[in-house]
Design a protein around this ligand. Structure first.
Ligand SMILES: Nc1ncnc2c1ncn2[C@@H]1O[C@H](COP(=O)(O)OP(=O)(O)OP(=O)(O)O)[C@@H](O)[C@H]1O
Ligand SMILES: [Mg+2]
Length: 143
């Protein structure tokens, strides 16, 4: 059985706090899979998580560069698979498999390319609404 925690976020600052809290539960090599529609708050979550993991450099939106690597308490990798939809890139060309083994990987749109996301990832699902700034954030830890 996996363990699940549900949060309600009333704004970006709430989402950032929830992400920062998660950082305390992460260890070297963990993968965080972020799932949610456009504008759900995946990058907001990822940024706050990077900060809480000790990343001091600005955290970019992955955009055309699909993967960014930062120096934090451990290496922190931030990837966005959105553009892979119409792109034949695979895990090898993204280099997601070649990261240092202690790196914490944060993957936006992890559901787009399921084979790039390990089965034991911590799944974060962000659902919007009904109010414009309301988000339901479900954190699912693997068993
Ligand atoms: N409770 C909330 N949590 C997070 N973001 C919120 C919240 N309420 C409103 N927002 C707004 O929603 C937007 C979230 O943008 P963000 O880039 O984090 O989403 P995303 O899921 O990464 O989108 P994309 O799929 O385009 O990468 C921001 O403009 C933010 O201000
Ligand atoms: Mg994003």
């Amino acid at each position: 059985m996996s363990r699940m925690v549900e949060h309600i976020s009333h704004g970006p600052a709430d989402t950032a706090r929830i992400a920062a809290d998660l950082a305390a539960h992460l260890g070297p090599g963990d993968v965080v899979a972020l799932i949610g529609e456009l504008g759900a708050g995946k990058t907001t979550f990822a940024r706050a998580l990077c900060r809480a993991l000790g990343v001091t450099d600005p955290v970019a939106s992955p955009g055309f560069t699909l993967v960014h690597e930062y120096r934090g308490l451990v290496p922190v990798v931030h990837a966005d698979l959105y553009r892979l939809r119409s792109d034949p890139l695979d895990a090898a060309s993204l280099g997601l498999d070649e990261m240092p083994s202690n790196a914490i990987r944060i993957i936006e749109w992890a559901d787009r390319v399921p084979h790039l996301c390990p089965g034991d990832a911590i799944r974060i699902e962000i659902r919007c609404g009904p109010e414009p700034t309301l988000r339901h954030i479900r954190v699912e830890y693997p068993s």
